[in-house]
Design a protein around this ligand. Structure first.
Ligand code: NJP
Length: 232
């Protein structure tokens, strides 16, 4: 309680559930996504903590820097960063055109880079903090239709592992989650699930895990955690 978090992709899906779960633990939350209207709606449902939001495309470093400055001026120094914003378009290697392929890398990899770059100096200064990056099972294993998405998510794991080892001396924990399918727009758009809550992981389940992870004694950090549906 009383800490300040930035969550990217917080207007829908996993990011919105994480914002809700952190707020219910008394964490003040700063929300980032592209759609200001959706951010406003997500912010309005959060009560009893400080809530701020800033529209930005995470692939655009100038927009990110402005958004992070704005959220810091409303919340104060940041303790927790959840790099969750991401996109997927599945299809064969030649089916995605070069712009689509690059856009997936720009959002899923450069987005993590841009927001981390904006937040990390503050964490180093205060000598504590948590960064949790949402990668994917597709970041550990390829599939016939995921070349762009897998490339971006493998890269997020490489970034995470290296940065984790670099900054743990500052008491900063950097982790990645590699969930399998979660019932969100991204999964529906790519026809990965019908979202049946009896079977497939829900955004709230990841949020519950993230809350537990953040409560771990500060001597311990989770480098990578895989979360799977029990009986999909
Ligand atoms: O996706 P969705 P999820 N700049 O579509 C925002 C990973 N994952 O919750 O910008 C800033 O419901 C978007 O808002 P808007 C996945 O790869 C998922 O499933 O206004 N924000 C919205 O708030 C991703 O990294 C599954 O459109 C941007 C949010 O991001 C993370 O989980 C499995 C943005 C996306 O909400 C969250 O995805 C897995 C940009 N350029 C990993 N582009 C799964 N669902 O099955 C999008 O292994 N957003």
């Amino acid at each position: 309680a009383g800490k300040n978090a930035i969550i990217t992709g917080a207007s829908r899906g996993i990011g919105r559930a994480v914002a809700r779960a952190l707020a219910s633990e008394g964490v003040n939350v700063g929300l980032i996504a592209r759609s200001e209207e959706n951010l406003k709606q997500a912010a309005e449902e959060l009560k009893d903590v400080k809530v701020a939001y800033a529209a930005a495309d995470v692939s655009n470093s100038e927009e990110v820097n402005k958004a992070v400055d704005m959220l810091k001026s409303e919340l104060g120094s940041i303790d927790i960063l959840i790099n969750n914003a991401g996109i997927a378009k599945f299809g064969g290697f030649l089916e995605l055109d070069a712009d689509e392929w690059k856009n997936i890398i720009d959002v899923n990899l450069m987005g993590v880079y841009n927001v981390t770059r904006a937040v990390l100096p503050g964490l180093i200064e205060q000598k504590s903090g948590d960064i949790i990056n949402i990668s994917s099972t597709a970041g550990q294993k390829g599939a016939p239709v995921t070349s762009a998405y897998s490339a971006s998510k493998f890269a997020v794991l490489g970034l995470t592992e290296s940065l984790a080892l670099e900054v743990r001396k500052h008491n900063i924990r950097v982790s990645a989650l590699t969930p399998s399918t979660v019932a969100t727009d991204l999964a529906y758009e790519n026809k990965l699930t019908d979202g049946n809550p009896e079977k497939v992981m829900q955004p709230e389940d990841l949020a519950e895990f993230i809350v537990a992870q953040l409560k771990l004694n500060s001597r311990t950090f989770i480098k990578t955690a895989g979360l799977w549906s029990t009986n999909p």
